[in-house]
Design a protein around this ligand. Structure first.
Ligand code: OXD
Ligand code: MN
Length: 617
């Protein structure tokens, strides 16, 4: 399938500057125009010309800086308001009819109350601005796995970002027939340019509001986001639709919407497998999605870096698509040493947000190169010199880039059929307890591993587990319904998939030795773990049973060429029953917090694990 990129219009798409064939879309747009009172309405076509016109306008108005085209063609820097730099979890709400459907891990408000409050905030919120109508497809156009949405926004930054991150514009409009289901995604930065008295004021580079609400209405499949221009709060196709709303749709329709990357791995023997992997934020997910194997003969290709939609196919196998079309990656820490593929991806056609600007008109951030270039301007627009306590780029500085530019992108990434998933990986950032890799004994154990996925918050003293931040399935901020019900849905999916269910593994690149240093080199060397997982799938290697699951046998693990002392290997896989018991107490507390909906099967797993550990003391 050909796609039309905003930057290389190989297939010009006629702008569709008018209402769609969907009466419900047209009626909603008209209703919103009356509520929001914009100066103008612009139906987005998704063409290169539109991207060019919008970016030129934003440069003129001071909300984008064009980077030096010699270094970074067709690329821009946006600097946000310093109070609008990340997802605002405290302002994020699941407004299901019943509070118990949102569960204790989400903020809940009654839909009617939230809508009444937000309707007043949205009333007139686009005065003096243009209201953009952004029809978009999450997933390849026309795929039975894809879903459609329409975002209304007054942020041109959101428009150009949605153009990169989704299949947006006229081609999405063509998918919207009279009866097509779609998700309504309303967004305003909450900063009207004309007040109630009709007085107009000057705009600022990054308009936003101190009042922020990112509200989801799962039953009616709606998103209302107010007050923030930042990516996760304003590119509504991503976390809001593809995870929070889609997880509810997936529960209702019998599939899975997950915070998972998708890769295609090919062994030296030419065996190809597809893997999906969930990692909490800041655990090297993009690096793994673009892994450059150190093991000779291996190839890893990228299908998605953040979100996977997985659905059983007619043969009963689990198929996945990446519903996105671009990467919204964290810039700091991305460099030649850590992720050369990402560095190559962002050669041009990229929107950077909250990173530093160099003298030569290119961008920079901590970790891009070892030494900072001279004459930097930091993410807030102030001169910056190396050695200052504050960083030059905001730690959550981002790049937004078309996936198609990624040198490791797999041919199948845009395939409407998706790819069959052979294995699912869960990985947290754990200094203690969790081995480098282990295999779940069965699907139910895999769900237990996903449900108890955690990162260690505080440094762990020797023999002690640090405080764990549980991030089940890496979905804590993204699951649109009750967490216990979500685990139950996973268990049911396993029953349905039966023998076709992908195998489940847990990985941990971050285990530390007694001296506090990492035991495993990580990055490209993670291909050794992938090699073991692939050989498990092929039935070529065995496991050693442990409370964690099946562990690799050292003799069967590809260690050649790696300077890993035996003591480090032992430590990477050491199970200390006392420390595991202490961890299991934290898990029990976490299950109690999630409450009565925790599936009995998972509680029983925990009990059995604890008996096993006690017997090993
Ligand atoms: C993200 C996140 O931005 O997971 O992708 O926080
Ligand atoms: Mn993410």
């Amino acid at each position: 399938m050909t796609m039309t990129l905003p930057f290389s219009p190989t297939r010009p798409v006629a702008p569709l500057a008018g209402p769609t064939l969907s009466p419900s879309v047209n009626a909603w747009v008209a209703e919103m125009r009356d509520l929001l009172q914009p100066d103008e309405v612009h139906w987005c076509s998704g063409t290169a010309a539109e991207f060019d016109q919008l970016t030129k306008q934003m440069v003129r108005e001071g909300s984008l800086i064009r980077l030096n085209p010699e270094w970074r063609p067709n690329s821009f820097l946006a600097r946000s308001d310093p109070r609008d730099v990340a997802r605002s979890e405290e302002s994020t709400f699941i407004c299901s009819r019943r509070p118990e459907d949102a569960g204790v891990t989400n903020n809940w408000r009654a839909p009617a109350t939230m809508k009444a409050k937000l309707t007043e905030l949205f009333r007139g919120s686009m005065r003096g601005r243009t209201m953009y109508v952004v029809p978009f497809s999450m997933g390849p156009l026309g795929s039975s796995l894809s879903k459609l949405g329409v975002q209304i926004t007054d942020s041109p930054y959101a428009v150009i970002s949605m153009q990169i991150m989704t299949r947006m514009g006229a081609e999405a409009v063509r998918q919207l027939g009279p009866d097509t289901e779609w998700v309504a995604a309303l967004h305003s930065v909450g900063s009207p340019l004309v007040d109630d008295a009709g007085v107009r004021r000057e705009d600022v580079a990054w308009p936003c509001s101190d009042t922020k609400y990112i509200a989801h209405f799962p039953e009616t499949r709606e998103i209302w986001s107010y007050g923030s221009g930042y990516g996760g709060n304003s590119l509504l196709g991503k976390k809001c639709f593809a995870l929070r709303i889609a997880s509810v749709i997936a529960r209702d329709e019998g599939w899975l919407a997950e915070h998972m990357l998708i890769i295609k791995a090919t062994s030296p023997e030419g065996v190809t497998r597809h893997l999906a992997a969930a990692f909490p934020s800041a655990c090297g997910k993009t690096n793994f999605a673009m892994l450059q194997p150190t093991l000779p003969g291996w190839k890893v290709e990228t299908i998605g870096d953040d979100i996977a939609w997985l659905r059983p196919d007619d043969d009963g196998r689990l198929r996945a698509i990446n519903p996105e079309r671009g990467f919204f990656g964290v810039a700091p820490g991305t460099g030649e040493a850590t992720n050369p593929t990402a560095v190559a991806t962002i050669w041009g056609n990229t929107i950077f947000t909250n990173v530093a600007l160099a003298e030569d008109g290119d961008v920079w951030w901590e970790g891009l190169t070892d030494r900072a270039p001279k004459g930097l301007v930091d993410w807030e627009g102030n001169p910056w010199t190396a050695g200052e306590p504050a960083t030059a780029a905001h730690p959550n500085g981002r790049f937004t880039v078309p996936a198609e530019q990624c040198p490791s992108i797999a041919d199948e990434w845009n395939d409407p059929k998706g790819v069959v998933i052979d294995a699912i990986l869960f990985g947290g950032r754990r200094a203690t307890n969790i081995p480098l890799v282990c295999e779940a004994t069965d699907w139910e154990h895999g769900v237990f591993l996903g449900a108890t996925l955690a990162s260690e918050q505080t440094a762990a003293a020797e023999g002690h587990v640090g405080t764990l931040r549980y991030d089940p399935f890496a979905m804590l901020p993204f699951c649109g319904y009750d967490m216990g019900d979500y685990w139950q849905h996973w268990l049911q999916m396993g029953e349905r998939l039966g023998e076709h269910a992908p195998r489940i593994f847990q990985v941990n690149w971050f285990r530390k030795g007694a001296d506090g240093s990492f035991l495993w080199p990580g990055y490209g060397e993670n291909s050794r773990v992938l090699d073991w997982i692939m050989r498990r799938l092929n039935g070529e290697v065995g496991t050693v049973a442990s409370p964690a699951g099946g562990l690799p046998k050292r003799a069967e693990f590809a260690l050649a060429g790696l300077d890993l002392p035996t003591a480090a290997w032992d430590e990477l896989f050491r199970i200390d029953p006392a420390a595991w018991l202490r961890e299991s107490e934290q898990t029990a507390e976490f299950f109690d917090r999630v409450g009565a909906t925790v599936p009995k099967a998972l509680r029983l797993r925990l009990t059995l694990l604890r008996w096993d550990l006690v017997s090993r003391l």
